[in-house]
Design a protein around this ligand. Structure first.
Ligand code: 6PG
Length: 465
């Protein structure tokens, strides 16, 4: 019986597209729990590829070369455990399971350790790029058993997006390193998406621009930014609704969902004691958006259409600076979180390499990843991107301008949380003096929590009254 190089379980659109992508260069067997989905896939999508459909799990496993390499493209959470449990009776020592979903890094650590006891090797692999990326070349973020990675690296490299620097995939580190990096990728994604949403909000409500014009502006800016998220924002602005002929963006409800990776980034950052306020703003904004009916009720009580009067010609360049500034800060927060996590979890992350594999295929690909790589090439131990010469002067200049947007947005009753958070993050990080002396004093006042002094070493307590 012919043996296939790799197997893939889970034929959602991502799984289907990744299977078709892999099948361009390698033989692959696929399996899906619901048989009808597999049959539809084979009938509609598979043409002459070296791709076998299996309809029984046992047959699927038996059709794979040893050691078996099995990629899971299934919903993160319980389903991953269930599929692993159902596979185990058919696996042998040395086989490799690759989880390509957005699994929580704690789950990946747990699965990896449990499977180690059974001599099954495990890789937690972040895959970014949506449906298009899965088919044409995603950015792939593998972590876990390094020897196992060596055995699948060729398949991953052939499937990944490619720049002149190579394939957008690289072994990132042990245990859950891959899924951690993907989680932070998504955190940055949340931050930049919210920054774009806020700039759009300012353009439509304060500058009174129409989607068509905003589309032109985002497209023009993107000649410089070369950012996928800016590119799609420009395209979204231009899209007509076939039903009504109106702009589709005006008809879409302002209520955004989320599946967890942004929230996990914030939770992990809090656990590790690192602030990521711009990313957090992206998560919070989705939560605020979700309570639409409550917002509508409240709005009726606060009806106020005061809008700051500003000049479009003056503000557009400032909005562009804000987009640059807050995007750089979202990456800055993300890389700082990665550094903290790498030290805590011993991932030994290579930040320059992470920026390189994000340069194509993934959702946060942008022109900023080039100077980010340069900054880490200059100093691998860089504490923060804000001090890198690639960014320092530009951030300073942009920070001065952004004030105008923040003031006029506030005058217009417009929330601008991500842009504002980015500015506050920058200002905090470059402040020699923060008011935490007062926080120390307050804690000592009401709880005898003690404090440290500037003029003397040691721990002190004062009877304040
Ligand atoms: C990607 C995306 C992808 C997915 C996220 C978004 O990198 O391709 O990030 O993984 O779109 O899960 O998740 P939310 O539903 O939380 O926005």
């Amino acid at each position: 019986m012919k043996k296939y190089e790799i197997g893939l379980i889970g034929l959602s659109v991502m799984g289907q597209n990744l299977a078709l992508n892999i099948a361009r260069n390698h033989s692959i067997a696929v399996y899906n729990r619901t048989e009808s989905k597999t049959r539809a896939f084979m009938k509609d999508k598979v043409k002459n590829q070296d791709l076998k459909a299996a309809y029984e799990l046992e047959d699927f496993v038996a059709s794979l070369e040893k050691p078996r390499k099995i990629m899971l493209m299934i919903k993160a959470g319980k389903p991953v455990d269930l599929v692993i449990d159902s596979l185990l009776p058919y696996l042998e020592a040395g086989d490799i399971i690759i989880d390509g979903g957005n699994s929580h890094f704690d789950d990946t650590n747990r699965r990896l350790n449990n499977l180690k006891e059974k001599d099954i090797r495990y890789l937690g692999v972040g895959i970014s790029g949506g449906e298009y990326g899965a088919l044409h070349g995603p950015s792939i973020m593998p972590g876990g058993n390094e020897e196992a990675y060596a055995e699948v690296s060729e398949i991953m490299e052939d499937a990944a997006a490619r720049t002149e620097k190579g394939a957008c995939v690289s072994y990132l580190g042990p245990n859950s390193a891959g899924h951690y990096v993907k989680m932070v990728h998504n955190g940055i994604e949340y931050g930049i998406m919210e920054v774009l949403a806020e700039i759009y909000d300012y353009m439509r409500k304060v500058l009174q621009l129409k989607p068509e014009e905003m589309g032109d502006i985002f497209a023009e800016w993107n000649q410089e930014f070369d950012s996928y998220l800016v590119e799609i924002t420009a395209k979204i602005m231009k899209k007509d609704d076939p039903k009504t002929g109106r702009k589709l963006i005006d008809l879409i409800l302002d209520k955004a969902k989320h599946k967890g990776t942004g929230k996990w980034s914030v939770q992990s950052a809090l656990d590790l004691g690192t602030a990521i306020p711009t990313i957090n703003a992206g998560v919070n904004a989705r939560l605020m958006s979700a309570i639409k009916s409550e917002r509508v009720e409240n709005a009726a009580q606060f009806a106020d259409d005061t809008r700051a009067v500003v000049s479009k010609d003056e503000m557009l360049p400032v909005l562009k600076s804000a987009l640059y500034f807050a995007s750089v800060i979202a990456y800055t927060e993300g890389f700082k979180l990665l550094k903290t996590a790498s030290e805590e979890y011993n991932y030994q992350l290579n930040y320059k390499e992470i920026a390189r594999i994000w340069e194509d295929g993934c959702i946060i690909r942008s022109g900023l990843l080039e100077p980010i790589q340069a900054a880490f090439a200059d100093d691998m131990q860089l504490k923060t991107l804000i001090t890198a010469h690639q960014f320092k002067a530009q951030l300073n200049a942009a920070a001065e301008e952004i004030e105008k947007i923040i003031t006029t947005a506030a005058q217009s009753g417009l929330p601008l949380t991500a842009v504002h958070s980015a500015l506050d993050y920058f200002n905090s990080l470059k402040s020699e003096e923060l008011p935490a002396n007062l926080i120390q004093a307050q804690r000592d006042f009401f709880g005898a929590h003690t404090y440290q002094r500037r003029d003397e070493d040691g721990i002190f307590h004062t009877e304040w009254e």
